[in-house]
Write a protein that binds this ligand. Structure first.
Ligand code: AMP
Length: 411
């Protein structure tokens, strides 16, 4: 036998048994977004590399070392999307959505790609649920988006949820802070990990995100942006918090919260679950990105959004889903296979989950198979085409009028 080929490292198959729980998350999200007036958008799996270099930021881990980038046959640099927001902003610009009533509220679901070190809850192809509202800078937008993710995760029963909330101010206010933080990092550079030291000039805020114990200890005393917000940013943030308080959404203020993408301004947040490993505990996160649309060549348009990781939601919920059960199995001898085939078609059209033998089993083998499928009832055709229906629980068997089969079996 030839060597079997396996999936690339960090990727996985979604098997039928995994699909039930996934479909539940999808349908909860679709309902939530429909009720909140969010429209579904799908963007391509790959984009012009420049979109992420400019959108996510050259100094971020994502762009710096995690993108799957390739050159196509036309010598164009393309990248498998590592995140959704930049692409949704590109679509907002490309389709002139600034002419629609603002904000434009969009959601999406699909695969994303990052070249990370695979571990529990961290993959190279994973799936995200995204929500974006573009075209309004009101704190109401931030609060609504946070509330939606909170509602979704609670509705799905994610245990041990914690919402961390902060504000990063505006890029202008960050300039002075950056210098102050950089000076602090230089003073403490012997306590920092080599990686943080190497990258601190490029993006000093990332030092707050380090898992290195020495760096973490040094960062505990570092100056915080949240303590020196400009008045307009502080007022915006206070309003977001007040709206969340009124809606009963619980959160903790965390001035060490930085996100792995450069485009954020003002509000940032992350949901974690205690159920997950500390290395991959974030279930979803997001924030405001008021300069992104303009940076990507669009009109000035504020935006806010989040992404939730489907695999992490499923890991955290981790409840076994029962297999769906067939309503009816149609068993027939070989001579009646065509009648069984027609009957199954008719029953499915009537909305029943109906199956038949597709492997040439004997009648006895078909009864065993019906049992294995957990079918509630089995229709048994005889050589003459007459039918009986067997209740698989009680074993009771009665005659079935085939002319009214769908009606009788729907009861
Ligand atoms: P981020 O854009 O990094 O904030 O990611 C948003 C969410 O996507 C995270 O909170 C995770 O739930 C999920 N996520 C990010 N990267 C990965 C990955 N490599 N594998 C699985 N889930 C991920």
């Amino acid at each position: 036998m030839a060597d079997a080929i396996q999936v690339p490292r960090g990727t996985f198959d979604i098997l039928p048994a995994d699909s039930v729980a996934r479909a539940r998350v999808y349908s909860a999200a679709a309902t939530l977004f429909e009720l909140a007036g969010y429209g579904r958008i799908e963007t391509p799996a790959f984009e012009d590399t420049q979109l992420f270099a400019r959108g996510v930021g050259e100094g971020t881990d994502i762009v710096h070392k995690e993108m799957f980038t390739f050159t196509d046959q036309g010598d164009r640099s393309l990248t498998l999307r590592p995140e959704a927001t930049a692409a949704v902003c590109r679509a907002y610009i490309e389709h002139g959505m600034h002419r629609l009533p603002q904000p434009v509220k969009l959601w999406s679901w699909g695969p994303f790609f990052r070249h990370e070190r695979p571990q529990a809850g961290r993959f190279r192809q994973f799936h995200q649920l995204n929500a974006e509202a573009i075209g309004s800078d009101l704190p109401l937008v931030d609060a609504e988006l946070i509330m939606l993710l909170d509602d979704l995760l609670r509705g799905l029963g994610v245990p041990g949820l914690k919402l961390r909330l902060s504000s990063l101010g505006t890029p202008a206010s960050r300039v002075a802070y950056r210098e102050e933080l950089l000076a602090y990092l230089r003073e403490h550079d012997d306590e920092l990990s080599p990686e943080v030291r190497e990258r601190m000039a490029e993006n000093p805020l990332r030092a707050f995100d380090s898992k290195d114990p020495g760096t973490r200890a040094a960062m505990a005393q570092a100056p915080r942006l949240i303590d020196q917000l400009e008045q307009a940013d502080a007022e915006h943030f206070a309003e977001v918090r007040s709206l969340l308080d009124q809606a009963g959404v619980e959160y903790v203020l965390d001035g060490t919260l930085v996100r792995g993408l450069d485009y954020y301004t003002r509000t940032v947040f992350e949901f974690e679950s205690e159920r997950l490993d500390a290395q991959a505990a974030t279930i979803g996160g997001g924030g405001r990105y008021d300069g992104l649309v303009e940076a990507l060549g669009g009109p000035p348009a504020s935006g806010c959004g989040w992404a939730g990781g489907i695999e992490r939601i499923l890991l955290a919920v981790a409840e076994p889903q029962p297999d769906p059960v067939a309503d009816v199995f149609v068993a027939a001898p070989e001579t009646q296979a065509a009648s069984a085939f027609a009957l199954v078609h008719e029953l499915r059209n009537a909305g029943l989950r109906a199956e038949l033998d597709l492997a040439g089993r004997s009648l006895k083998g078909q009864m065993k198979h019906a049992n294995r499928l957990g079918a509630r009832r089995t229709v048994i055709l005889d050589e003459q085409g007459a039918a009986e229906v067997r209740d698989m629980q009680s074993g009771e068997q009665t005659a079935l009028d085939l002319a009214r089969a769908a009606e009788a079996l729907s009861r």
